[in-house]
Design a protein around this ligand. Structure first.
Ligand code: F6R
Length: 235
């Protein structure tokens, strides 16, 4: 693993956006895997700035998001679709038909998961997957436990994740209990991975990069991948 320790979220975001930008510059037809959440917000702002400054062109890239809550419409301001449009896609020249986010309102969730997985394969796989990390070590919504699921699937969110996500909702009852998430195998199949640890994630990043490799810390599996960069804020 290539491990970069930084002091601030600004530094994390500056470095992360340069890594994403160099992937887009290296291959304008890159397939990028995006995450939502607080962690990548400033990184996405930096990418928008690079687009506005004429440095980056997203017109030929394809995107796949890691996950989406089950039951939330695209128009719900807490859906990950809404987040991605607001925080990035509405402000760059990515083609709408090249944007892929699981449909959390699909009546047949299993069919939606299978179709998402095959779309990723048809696109030739993901060149660079961006990841945040949960306080419990989840990546995407692959929650800690005895077993991890390989492909895109419906995941039941743990108590720790529900609590962490509650900050975005009016009440705990409104927090979706399940989500569609890329599986651990989907993530590990990306050709390169960028894991970002925002302030407060230092302990779980340390467990990821130097503890045992275990499904109890899903991010620790990333140590089995040959091209992972970890950028994290440490005190
Ligand atoms: C989001 C995702 C999650 C988040 C993680 C950290 O698409 O897959 O794994 O990356 O929960 O969330 P934040 O960045 O809000 O701390």
């Amino acid at each position: 693993m290539n491990i970069i320790k930084v002091k601030t979220n600004e530094e994390l975001s500056a470095k992360a956006s340069v890594i994403i930008a160099s992937q887009v510059l290296k291959n304008k037809k890159s397939v990028l895997g995006f995450a939502t959440g607080s962690t990548p917000e400033l990184t996405y702002k930096n990418l928008i700035k690079m687009y506005q400054d004429g440095i980056l062109d997203f017109s030929s890239i394809t995107s796949f998001n890691l996950d989406e809550y089950c039951g939330l419409e695209k128009t719900n301001d807490q859906s990950y679709y809404y987040f991605m449009m607001e925080k990035l896609f509405n402000h760059i020249n990515i083609k709408p038909e090249n944007i892929n986010i699981p449909d959390g309102t699909s009546k047949d969730v299993n069919a939606e998961c299978a179709s998402y997985e095959s779309k990723i394969k048809q696109a030739g796989g993901i060149d660079l997957q961006i990841l945040g990390i949960g306080l419990n070590g989840h990546i995407g919504f692959n929650e800690p436990g005895k077993e991890l699921i390989y492909e895109t699937h419906q995941e039941i969110l743990t108590e720790s994740t529900l609590k962490a996500n509650a900050r975005f909702f009016k009440s705990m009852d409104e927090v979706p209990k399940t989500a569609i998430s890329m599986g651990i195998g989907t993530i590990m199949s990306a050709r390169s991975i960028l894991l970002l640890g925002s302030p407060g994630k230092e302990d779980i990043i340390n467990a990821t990069i130097s503890g045992v490799i275990t499904p109890e810390v899903p991010a620790s599996l990333l140590r089995l991948h040959s091209n992972v960069t970890v950028i994290y804020v440490c005190s």
